[in-house]
Design a protein around this ligand. Sequence first.
Ligand code: PGA
Length: 189
Amino acid sequence: MNVLWDLDGTILDAWPTLVQSFIQISGKDLDPDKVLPLLKNGNAFEKYGVPSEKIIDFRKTERTFRHEEKPLFPYVRDILEQNNINVLVTHRNRESTEELLDYWNLAPYFEEVICPEFDGFFLKPHPESYEYLHRRYQIDLAIGDQDTDLIPAREIGISTCAFRNPNPYADYAIDCYSKFETITCKDRG
Ligand SMILES: O=C(O)COP(=O)(O)O
């Protein structure tokens, strides 16, 4: 199978550190459970009155967290190993993405990694980066933890797998990759 992956919240359990970084740069005493869905939807800056320019501080702060605080989800490596081709589209910047992939020894699994903003593609959910990868690798399945990861795949007719992660801030039902086969089959009807 040729699979297009999201990184944060799908391969790495990185939302807790993203949320903590946002809380730090906001300078407010915010509830992580409330911040998480807003950060995922891209509304957190507006909702908490944090100027959008602070996104640079947000990203810098997030990188001060140790790599082991953004752990690899269980079973992901097994799935990566089974696939013919894996590719990645992430909103994380290239330097940080490469550091994390190297740290978790994941880089060799990926044929191509796209960090849209830095590689000249529109950000997800714009389908441009997915179209490009689909043309090159005939993607069978896209896996992501947010609608924004799955919308572009659906738009161009790629099957999708919604990963519900077990992190403590999860705002929806808990699944995990041990159920990957079931999720995939369900998704494909
Ligand atoms: O870092 C983020 O904002 C999300 O990154 P992702 O696209 O890998 O989920």
